[in-house]
Structures are given as structure tokens and as C-alpha cells.
Design a protein around this ligand. Structure first.
Ligand code: PBG
Length: 333
């Protein structure tokens, strides 16, 4: 085989991630690699300062890379898995999910403060409805403000005093060597990560013999976890558009590996939330059907508990959404 061309976005985070996959390809397949930078619509719109659609499921960072893959300009594409839409794309196969970074969210705050140490009314920046809703649900009286831009830009807003803190994925900071900026790692009980957070997706063309070779890059425990998380997300997306967090982990049980999954759906303002967790034995670590079944059944439980009715009151209306059966009302202190 000649040199494998790896399609990547241009940001520091994306090229670092792609270089990590390139190193895996060289180690495990013994093949040379070349990074090919592809500019995505998401990158262009961020550079121009125009707002992005709020949901990452629209895949603005993803489609240009897939186009380059389908056009044969690159042999494989590397994405942050949480940025991938849940619906499959014709001609594109998820060939490997490498080992995951710590999936938790972190706080980068002025003076190294934690969320609980920030005074009431402090400005916390995030562009993520999931993070915003969970920040509100903490009841700390924080002022959640919308910000955007890459990891560097967002940290810069704290250093410039524009906001008191930002919430980011620990994985992104770990990959670009900026963990020293972190003032608090958020427990998933307070801040459940996005489905797929901290994991990478390696995509290739469906039917390309490369798909089978790339299986050597796969980490089966991570793969099982993200299948459960993303199946839950896909099932929930069918019924609601509210913010969703989900995290699965493989643990060693007495009778072999078990997959644990917890998930939450919140109203945008964080005043209503449903949370559930469940587990399943994994007869074999590559049993993706068991992982998918766990995700689907947990999502169904959340929908049965009213996850599809967790709508915040529209801003123009005065009456807040009524608590729904089975949902937990979160009181802001
Ligand atoms: N939303 C953009 C995005 N996509 C992937 C990561 C970080 C890496 C990861 O989660 O795998 C980030 C930045 C962030 O959320 O802080």
C-alpha cells in the first residue's frame, strides 16, 4: 500500500487528533501517512463570525471531510465523534473508534476558581445548550452567556475578562496540551457529557478494503460505549429536541464485562430534567447489538418519563412549562 491520505479539519485540535490517528496507522498498520487539510463550512462560518446552527447534529464540521473522502481525495477521515450526525451517510463507514480520552467537561475560570466558588451572577460562557441547561440546573445563580469559537478563542475570553469562566471538553484540552488551564473537572453527576465526547471517529469509504485494516485502530470498549450513547441520542432525537447528555462505560463485572449507561434530557433553562441509568452484560466486548439495545431502551425509558415534553417556556410567554409526569423539578437556589 502507498501513503494513506488522512483528511482533517484545519484547527489545532483537529490536526492534533488526526496526527494521533496517523500515528496509530503507522504503528498498527505499518503504513506511511499524510495529513490533508480540508476546510469545512463550519470553519468558514466561524471565521466569518456568522452564527452556526445550534445543534452539532447538523454536521457542519463533517460534510466537507466526507465529501473529500467520497471524491477519493483522502483515504480516511478523522472527526470528533460527538460532532457526527446520528444518521448514517451513504457510502461512508465508521471503520474504527480508537481509545477514548477522559470524556468529562471541565471549567476554565478566572483565578483558578471552581463553579461553586464563582460569585452569584458570574458570567459562564458556552455555546452548548446541553452545558447551558446543566449549568442552570446546578442552581448556582450563574449567568450563562452564549459564546463561540475554537478552544483557544474560548479560553481567551476568560483571560480577557469577557467572561468569568467557560466550560469545555477535557478531551480537547488534553489533546492540545492545555490541561494546565483547567480549574475544575466536572463530575458527570453535575455535567453529563455529550454522547461520544472524548472519542474519535475514523471513517472510510464503504466497501474499501481499508475498512477491514482500520479495525486494528479500534478500541472495542470505547466503541461499545459510544454505540450505546449515540443510539440513545438517535432514539431521543426522534421524540425531542431538548439538550441531551449521555455517558457509557465498560466495567468488569463478576461474570464478565458490563456496559453501564446514564443519560439525561433537560429543558433548555435547566428547570426540568429526567435522568436514568441502566446496564447490560456484554457477552463479548464487540457485541454492538447489546450496546445499541441498551441505548435504545434507556432512551425509551426517558421518553416514557416525559423527556419529549421538557420544553422551556417560549420567551414571549409568561407561564413556565408545567412539570411533566415523572420529571424532576430542579429548584434554583
Ligand atoms: N463542540 C466542538 C468540539 N468537538 C469536539 C470537542 C472536543 C473533543 C471531544 O469532545 O472529543 C469540541 C470542543 C469542546 O466541546 O470543548
Amino acid at each position: 500500500m502507498t501513503t494513506l491520505r488522512i483528511g482533517t479539519r484545519r484547527s489545532v485540535l483537529a490536526t492534533t487528533q488526526s496526527e494521533q490517528v496517523a500515528a496509530l496507522v503507522r504503528d498498527r498498520l505499518g503504513v506511511d501517512t499524510e495529513l490533508v487539510e480540508v476546510t469545512t463550512e463550519g470553519d468558514r462560518s466561524q471565521a466569518a463570525g456568522t452564527p452556526l446552527p445550534q445543534s452539532p447534529t447538523t454536521g457542519v464540521f463533517v460534510s466537507a471531510l466526507r465529501d473529500a473522502l467520497l471524491a477519493g481525495e483522502v483515504d480516511l477521515a478523522v472527526h470528533s465523534l460527538k460532532d457526527l450526525p446520528t444518521y448514517p451517510q451513504e457510502g461512508v463507514t465508521l471503520a474504527a473508534v480508537p481509545g477514548r480520552e477522559d470524556p468529562r467537561d471541565v471549567v476554565v475560570a478566572r483565578d483558578g476558581l471552581t463553579l461553586g466558588e464563582l460569585p452569584v451572577g458570574s458570567k459562564v460562557g458556552t455555546g452548548s445548550p446541553r452545558r447551558a441547561a446543566q449549568l442552570h440546573a446546578l442552581g448556582l445563580g450563574l449567568d450563562v452567556v452564549g459564546i463561540r469559537g475554537n478552544v483557544d478563542t474560548r479560553i481567551g475570553k476568560v483571560r480577557a475578562g469577557e467572561v468569568d469562566a467557560v466550560v469545555l471538553a477535557r478531551a480537547g484540552l488534553a489533546r492540545i496540551g492545555r490541561l494546565d488551564e483547567v480549574s475544575e473537572v466536572l463530575d458527570p453527576l453535575q455535567m453529563l457529557p455529550a454522547p461520544g465526547q472524548g472519542a474519535l471517529a475514523v471513517e472510510a469509504r464503504t466497501g474499501d478494503p481499508l475498512v477491514e485494516l482500520l479495525a486494528a485502530l479500534d478500541d472495542p470498549a470505547t466503541h461499545a460505549a459510544v454505540v450505546a450513547e449515540r443510539t440513545a441520542l438517535a432514539t431521543l432525537e426522534g421524540g425531542c429536541s431538548a439538550p441531551i447528555g449521555a455517558l457509557a462505560e465498560v466495567v468488569e463485572g463478576e461474570e464478565g464485562p458490563e456496559l453501564w449507561l446514564r443519560a439525561t434530557v433537560l429543558s433548555d433553562d435547566g428547570t426540568l430534567a429526567v435522568r436514568r441509568s441502566a446496564s447490560t452484560p456484554l457477552p463479548t466486548i464487540t457485541d454492538r447489538d447489546a450496546a445499541a439495545a441498551l441505548g435504545a431502551s434507556l432512551a425509551q425509558e426517558l421518553l416514557d418519563e416525559g423527556a419529549d415534553q421538557l420544553r422551556s417556556a417560549p420567551e414571549a410567554t409568561s407561564s413556565p412549562a408545567a412539570p411533566t409526569a415523572g420529571s424532576t423539578e430542579v429548584h434554583n437556589a
